[in-house]
Design a protein around this ligand. Structure first.
Ligand code: F6P
Length: 496
């Protein structure tokens, strides 16, 4: 079987040169790379289709093709479109029709089509929809991040919808998502929660019916066990432990330095709800006696003492945390410091597991919650929000404890269940480790796509080929991209 990954944005190279250092080089690229490699290792063929860029600032992406060493069944194929230079994903829209034609030409030259196109993000979904016709091969759509959910909060900002739309081209993005959702053989979501909640946005009405099981396939992503495993100690292990030790010496009272830690790692975003965790410590003397709280941030060394260093949108969150820490006098039992990169994070989790700690993510809502699964994979037991993906990843609370993110007492009680009884802690750690390794591995994700290819071939899956593809994807593209009208984007009552 040959599976094509349609991913015009970002780019791929054997060294993953820009991963996590540019917004278009995030988790989606890891996902595509790892599913492709898993397929290759299973004896299938995978083509990662992306954009060819001839730009001295981005020298890695000028070749027509590339490969990952040792993964001979995986090809990275680059097809040019529009100007030579690198373009952020928001500016690619007028050139996607040209790009899809270039992809089709490449396969025509080879004399064969892939068996399945998998479109990633709105731009990849649109191009996969464009490629379905000429090839006669079905496509799946994996949204990764849906535009309407990014737009909702931006509509409250100054300038509202027109300003957000002008900056991010939401008209094009949501139009592309709608076409990809409606026309694809199946929409791939990471979890049931993501399916039910993300696709139920009013901006997608008429393109997808969230209750229609035949339109969806829930295929969870995998964890990188080369990094997130109890035995995967890497070169950053010692450096990270040194950072943890230094943070303890700086922030934690000497008589508390051997206590286990409750570890929180997530963006400083109101939705991640750090506040409830700090409130849990503020409200429970027993929790304070049993553990320290470590708040890990990216790029901030001492955010509780120097909140001014944080980005504008992070500062109010920190100020709010600081006022709780002051009020409850949590100083000496809390430390906030920066760690960057997945290997450092995995090293932190390993240290946390060895010292009897707990990972806690009390977010308002998590569509999947990869950090929870990564902590589980290292053997660090988890306390996570009951809203969204952790319901599934923790097997309804059986391998990790679920909390109401609005209830600090519940959070404190669940943390204490793990922290106050070594056997309970151990049984949750063991079960979390086992479940994450059994279920959340890329081979299973790859098998999910293969199954979809089979179902589409047998005619059991299919989209609506009459659903219109937006005009800007025509050749030549119209001069103006579509703009959203207010009623198209505004959140309304949910159907599901
Ligand atoms: O890499 C993860 C990811 O969700 C990509 O799919 C996408 O490039 C980006 O992060 C988020 O994009 P946006 O902010 O436009 O939703």
């Amino acid at each position: 079987m040959r599976v094509a990954f349609v991913n015009p944005q970002g780019n791929f190279d054997p060294n993953n040169s820009y991963l996590a250092s540019h917004p278009d080089f995030g988790g989606q690229l890891v996902y595509v790379r790892e599913v492709a490699r898993a397929l290759g290792r299973m004896g299938h063929h995978a083509d990662i289709l992306t954009r060819r860029v001839t730009d001295p600032e981005w020298p890695e992406f000028s070749g027509e093709d590339d490969a990952y060493p040792g993964d001979e069944n995986v090809r990275i194929l680059r097809v040019p479109c529009g100007p030579d230079r690198f373009l952020p994903k928001e500016e690619l829209w007028p050139y996607l029709g040209e790009w899809a034609e270039g992809v089709a030409a490449l396969y025509r030259e080879e004399g064969r089509w892939p068996d399945l196109w998998t479109g990633h993000y709105a731009d990849g979904g649109l191009c996969a929809a464009l490629l379905e016709g000429p090839s006669g091969r079905p496509f799946t759509f994996t949204g990764h991040s849906l535009g309407a959910w990014k737009l909702d909060p931006l509509m409250e900002d100054e300038g509202g919808l027109p300003a957000a739309d002008a900056r991010y081209n939401f008209g094009a993005r949501i139009g592309a998502e709608r076409a990809a959702m409606a026309r694809s053989a199946a929409i791939v979501s990471n979890s049931e929660a993501e399916r039910r909640e993300q696709y139920d946005h009013p901006a997608y009405r008429g393109a997808v019916e969230v209750r229609d099981d035949a339109r969806f396939a829930v295929i969870p992503p995998g964890v990188d066990f080369d990094i997130f495993d109890p035995g995967a100690r890497g070169p950053q292990e010692d450096e990270t432990r040194e950072n943890i030790r230094a943070a303890h010496e700086r922030d934690i009272d000497p008589d508390r330095r051997d206590l286990p830690a409750v570890i929180a790692w997530s963006r400083l975003d109101p939705k991640k709800n750090h506040r409830a965790l700090v409130e849990a410590f503020a409200g429970s003397g027993e929790l304070r006696e049993r553990a320290n709280l470590l708040v890990i941030t990216r790029g901030l060394d001492d955010p509780l003492r120097e909140p001014g260093e944080a980005a504008d949108e992070e500062r109010p969150i920190l100020e709010d945390l600081i006022s709780t820490v002051d009020r409850a006098d949590l100083w000496g039992g809390i430390s906030a410091f920066g760690l960057s990169g997945q290997t450092a994070l995995a090293a932190l989790y390993r240290w946390g597991a060895e010292t009897g700690g707990v990972f806690c993510l009390p977010a308002e809502h998590e569509p999947f919650g990869m950090t929870v699964v990564e902590a589980m994979a290292v053997g660090l037991p988890v306390v996570a929000t009951q809203n969204g993906g952790p319901q599934e990843t923790t097997d309804g609370g059986r391998v990790g404890l679920l909390v109401d993110p609005h209830d600090p007492e519940d959070i404190a009680a669940k943390l204490l269940r793990l922290l106050s009884d070594r056997e309970t802690w151990k049984s949750y750690a063991d079960r979390a480790l086992e479940r994450s390794h059994d279920l959340y591995n890329w081979r299973r994700t790859a098998e999910g796509y293969l199954q979809l290819a089979e179902e589409a071939r047998r005619g059991e899956r299919g989209g609506d080929p009459s659903f219109p593809i937006p005009d800007f994807a025509r050749r030549p593209a119209p001069a103006e991209l579509p703009r959203l009208r207010d009623w198209e984007a505004r959140p309304g009552p949910r159907t599901g």
